[in-house]
Design a protein around this ligand. Sequence first.
Ligand SMILES: [Zn+2]
Length: 212
Amino acid sequence: MANFERRVLVLDSRYEPVKVVGLHTGFVLMYTDRASAVIDSPRIIRSVSNAYTVPWILRLHNCSPRHRRCSSPRFSRQNVYLRDGFRCQYCNWAGSLVNLTMDHLIPLARGGKTSWDNIVTACKSCNLRKGSRTIEELGLRLPRLPERPQFNGTSLFALRYGLNRLNIPEPWVGYVDLSVSNRLVELKLQGRVEDLSTSANSLLLSQLPAVG
Ligand SMILES: [Zn+2]
């Protein structure tokens, strides 16, 4: 689990998270007047003759938030599973990842597309049972209609840095949306995702802007 105790959270001018930096970088940003402290910490960097406070959170003076908005995650197996809560949408079974599959509501052979609104998470046995039939033909009901999920920019930020309720420094709470990453932690604690880092890190990363 990542250790953020020796890190500084950097926000843009609208108080949205931009990056996580080390104490030294945080110190340079502040003392070169590129950022101001939002929350001070008791942490100190010492030179030969002086001691400098390093904050928990910095806010950049010139940083537009425009480029970091992201609400449309890439279509991928992991993101379909995440949208569906890692549960079979036909029988509600929630087991290990290796027994989950993606199923086409309208089968490929009958013109169905591989898209957010035609794909659901299904366990292997439901997938096999359904075959090339539609849910109407089988009388199956979905808990909800599948659609493209919306993840906001700060929940993606938490995923990128592996931040979650178990490791976030208390002063950062309120600045980072942990809803998606906390969900992954719960799945890990329940033993339903084998490897949190694989799930979280491969998730959505192609949608994330580079962090400078
Ligand atoms: Zn099932």
